[in-house]
Design a protein around this ligand. Structure first.
Ligand code: UGA
Length: 450
C-alpha cells in the first residue's frame, strides 16, 4: 500500500458529513440509507426535476420501502438535495453514484457522467476528503480518476466501493449487504470507510479490502457470474425442449447441490434491466482493450443465449397461432424487466411485446407498475389498467414478468374472458397443473408437454 498521500484530518470522533453525487436508483437509495445510519447527507444531481421531486419526498421510480424511508429522513433534517456541487464543500466523504449506460455505438460503458461528476467535485471538495466511487465502471477507471483528482486537489483521496443492490430490494441490500468491498490505496481511506460502515461491521458483515482494480472487477465479475447462471439454465431449457425434458425439475435437482445452489436458475425469457446486459458487454469491451479478449469470449455466448430466449418464446406463440401473427389478439402480462420494479430498460417482456406487435399482432399489455414507463418508451403499444381488460377476447396470453398478482390469478375465472384459453408462461412461475385443470392449454419454455 502507498503512504497516506494527503493531510490527515481528524475523523474518528466527529460525525462524518456525506455527499452523494447522482440521485438515480443507486444514489437516492444510498443517500436515504446513509441518512438513516445517522450521517448528515447531501444528495447532488444535475437534474433539477429529480432534485425537486426527492426534496419533496417523492422518488421518481418504484422501489418498495424507499419513499417511506426518504420522507422519514427528510423529516429528520439530516438529508437534503441540491443541484449545487459547491454544497459538497464541507463534506468528508463523497459517493459517486451516477450511471454508466452502454454507449450508443458499441458495447463499452459511457463514462461521461462519472467523469463529469469527478470534474465537478475535484475543485470544490475540502482538504482531506475522500471520494468513493460506487458506479459500475470498466477496470482501470478508479486509478485514472484518482490521478485526475489528485492533480486538481492533491490533499484528497479516492477509493472504490462497488454496490451490489438489487432493484426491488434496494433498501435492504444497502442497509444489510451480504458483503462490503472497498478498493483503497492506503489505510486512511479504509479507516474512513470503516467509519461509514461501522454498523455493518458491528453486525459482522464480511469486509473485503482490495486494490482499486480488483474492487472494480468484483462488481462486473459478480454480474457476469449471475448472467452466466441464468443463461446456463436457459441453455438447459433449450436442450430439455429438444429432448422432451423439464427444465424446472432439472433446475430443482441440480440446485440441491450446495456447490451449485438453486438461486438464479429460473429458466425463462432471460435477464434484462439496466445492469446485467450492459455490464457483461462493457466487460467484454474492456477485456479486449486490455488484450484479454479471449478470456471473456464466453460472455458473447451468454448474451446470445439470453437474446435467443426472447425469440424462442415468440416461436412458441407462432406454434400456437400460426406463422402469420397479423391481426391476432395477444395479451401480455408484465412489462417490467423483473417484478417489484417499474424499470423497463432492456426488458425482455417489453422487447417480446414490441416484436410481436411488429409482426402484425394486436398486443395489449398489463403491468402493475411499469405501464407508464413502457408507454413512454413505446407509445404504439396498448396498455390496460386491469388484467381482465388486458386479456378480454385474447387468442393467447403471455406471462412475461412474474409479479405475485399473476400467480394469484384464478384461471377458472380468467378463462371466461379470453377467446382461446392458451397460456404461455415465459417465466416458469405459474402452477401448470392448476391452469391445465381449469381448462387452459399451458406451454412454457424448457418444459415438455406431458
Ligand atoms: C443485478 C444484480 O443482481 C445486483 O447484485 C447488482 O447490484 C445489480 O444488477 C447492479 O449491477 O446494479 P438487478 O438488475 O436489480 O440486479 O436484477 P436481478 O435480480 O439480478 O435480475 C436481473 C434479470 O435476471 C431480471 O430480468 C430477472 O428477471 C432475470 N433472472 C433472474 C432470470 O431470468 N432468472 C433468474 O433465475 C434470476
Amino acid at each position: 500500500m502507498h503512504k497516506v498521500p494527503f493531510l490527515a484530518t481528524s475523523i474518528g470522533s466527529m460525525a462524518l458529513k456525506i455527499s452523494v453525487i447522482g440521485t438515480g436508483y443507486l444514489g437516492a437509495t444510498h443517500a436515504a440509507c446513509m441518512s438513516t445510519l445517522g450521517f448528515e447527507v447531501i444528495g447532488i444531481d444535475v437534474d433539477p426535476e429529480k432534485v425537486a421531486s426527492l426534496a419533496a419526498g417523492r422518488i421518481p421510480f418504484y422501489e418498495p420501502g424507499l419513499e417511506e424511508l426518504l420522507q422519514k429522513e427528510l423529516k429528520s433534517g439530516r438529508l437534503t438535495f441540491t443541484t449545487d456541487f459547491s454544497a459538497s464543500a464541507d463534506c468528508d466523504v463523497h459517493f459517486i453514484c451516477v450511471g454508466t449506460p452502454q454507449v450508443k455505438d458499441g458495447l463499452a460503458a459511457d463514462m461521461t457522467y462519472v467523469n463529469a461528476a469527478l470534474d465537478a467535485l475535484a475543485p470544490v471538495i475540502k482538504t482531506g476528503s475522500l471520494v468513493v466511487g460506487k458506479s459500475t465502471v470498466p477496470v482501470g477507471t478508479a486509478a485514472r480518476l484518482r490521478e485526475r483528482l489528485l492533480a486538481i486537489n492533491p490533499n484528497s483521496d479516492l477509493a472504490w466501493n462497488p454496490e451490489f443492490l438489487r432493484e426491488g430490494f434496494a433498501v435492504d441490500d444497502t442497509l444489510n449487504p451480504n458483503r462490503l468491498v472497498v478498493g483503497v490505496t492506503n489505510s486512511r481511506a479504509e479507516e474512513i470507510l470503516r467509519e461509514v460502515y461501522a454498523k455493518n461491521l458491528a453486525a459482522d458483515t464480511p469486509w473485503v479490502v482490495a486494490d482499486l482494480p480488483t474492487s472494480e472487477l468484483v462488481k462486473v465479475a459478480a454480474n457476469s457470474f449471475l448472467a452466466t447462471k441464468i443463461s446456463f439454465i436457459n441453455a438447459m431449457a433449450e436442450i430439455c425442449e429438444a429432448a422432451g425434458g423439464d427444465v424446472t425439475v432439472l433446475a430443482k435437482a441440480i440446485g440441491y447441490d450446495p456447490r451449485i445452489g438453486s438461486r438464479f436458475l429460473q429458466a425463462g425469457i432471460g435477464f434484462g434491466g439496466g445492469c446485467l446486459p450492459k455490464d457483461i458487454r462493457a466487460f467484454m469491451a474492456r477485456a479486449e482493450e486490455l488484450g484479454a479478449k479471449q478470456a471473456l469470449e464466453f460472455l458473447r455466448e451468454i448474451d446470445s443465449i439470453n437474446l435467443r430466449a426472447r425469440t424462442r418464446v415468440i416461436d412458441l406463440v407462432r406454434g400456437e397461432l400460426g406463422e402469420d401473427l397479423s391481426g391476432k389478439k395477444i395479451a401480455v402480462l408484465g412489462a417490467a424487466f423483473k417484478p417489484d420494479s417499474d424499470d423497463v430498460r432492456d426488458s425482455p417482456a417489453l422487447d417480446i411485446s414490441v416484436q410481436i406487435q411488429a409482426a402484425g399482432a394486436h398486443v395489449t399489455i398489463h403491468d402493475p407498475k411499469a405501464s407508464s414507463n413502457a408507454q413512454k418508451r413505446f407509445p404504439v403499444l396498448n396498455f390496460e389498467e386491469t388484467i381482465d381488460e388486458c386479456v378480454a377476447g385474447a387468442e393467447l396470453v403471455l406471462h412475461l414478468t412474474e409479479w405475485k398478482i399473476y400467480r394469484e390469478i384464478d384461471p377458472t375465472l380468467l378463462i371466461k374472458k379470453v377467446k382461446n384459453p392458451i397460456m404461455i408462461d415465459g417465466r416458469n412461475a405459474l402452477d401448470r397443473d392448476k391452469w391445465r385443470s381449469a381448462g387452459w392449454k399451458f406451454k412454457a419454455l424448457g418444459r415438455s408437454d406431458i
